[in-house]
Design a protein around this ligand. Structure first.
Ligand code: PMP
Length: 285
């Protein structure tokens, strides 16, 4: 199937979908992004993703390139043109094209917008979730604002590669106090021996995942008790369960942390139940 990308106002065939060499996203990572799940051809939690996009842009003093409704139209059209039933849609906004200079370009410079969409291997993901995955830990050496969904992802890239090289699927960042902040592309959770679900509070040290937000509702609805607080690697290794959350992986059970099995080394009932319940709590357009 030929792929189509939206680039600055036009839907272009893959090979012609290019940005300018002086796009500030390309030169400075001066931009933000969103990844939305596509399920049965529909966007999941579009409203929440748009709200987060607006927060990220505002934090970097960038204007919205168009209204949230218009961006939604572009995202849906990109999904449609790529015939994605189940997958993801990626949206990136950079500060635009301007002569290379670190300071902001003159006001009125149009933000650059790229939207792509692709199919995900649902069956493969279900298999992975049934088996559970391993994570490794790496020092959190990111800047002070991972709450902004910036396209500057070099530490995340290196962390994910470290995970791959150690036969794991995700890397958990660990701060100077020894607490897990989040994964390289996901939020981190554990279930304590006492059955409490624990995840770090959404301060400036982590990205406030949309999946995380929705799961808070699912957790309350299931009558589970929740603690938003930091946890250490040792606490996670001694936990009954661990899992991660993201728009493309929903809830993914973790069965190993730095080679040590979590709980009985199998996906746990809380992670399984939350994965099952997730779409009942999400907003599907
Ligand atoms: N943290 C990081 C660093 C991420 O990249 C992601 C994925 N976008 C998440 C958390 C999870 O966010 P969401 O649930 O919105 O996909």
């Amino acid at each position: 199937m030929s792929r189509i990308a939206y680039v600055n106002g036009r839907y272009r065939p893959w090979r012609e979908a290019t940005v300018h060499v002086e796009d500030r996203g390309y030169q400075f990572s001066d931009g933000v992004y969103e990844v939305c799940e596509v399920r049965d051809g529909r966007l999941v939690d579009e409203r929440r993703h748009m709200a987060r996009l607006e927060r990220s842009l505002a934090a970097l003093r960038m204007p919205m390139p168009m209204s949230p409704a218009a961006l939604g139209v572009v995202m849906r059209e990109t999904v449609r043109r790529n015939r994605v039933e189940n997958g993801l849609v990626y949206l990136q906004v950079s500060r635009g094209v301007a002569r290379r200079d670190h300071a902001f370009p003159r006001s009125g410079t149009a933000p650059a917008v790229v939207v792509t969409a692709r199919t995900l291997d649902n069956a493969g993901n279900e298999k992975l979730a049934a088996a559970g995955i391993g994570v490794v830990t790496v020092p959190d050496n990111r800047w002070g604002r991972p709450d902004i969904k910036s396209i500057s992802l070099l530490p995340n890239v290196l962390a994910k590669q470290a995970a791959r090289e150690q036969g794991a699927r995700e890397a958990w960042f660990v701060d100077r106090e020894g607490n897990v902040t989040e994964g390289s592309s996901s939020n981190a959770w554990i279930v304590t021996a006492g059955g409490k679900v624990v995840t770090r509070a959404a301060d400036t040290a982590i990205l406030r995942g949309i999946t995380r937000d929705v799961l808070l509702g699912a957790i309350a609805a299931q009558g589970l008790s929740l603690e938003e607080r930091p946890f250490t690697v040792a606490e996670a290794q001694a936990a009954r369960e661990a899992f991660l959350s993201s728009a493309t992986q929903i809830v993914m059970p973790i069965i190993k942390i730095d080679g040590k099995p979590v709980g009985d080394g199998k996906p746990g009932p809380v992670a399984r139940a939350l994965r099952q319940a997730f779409h009942g709590h999400a907003e599907v357009g």
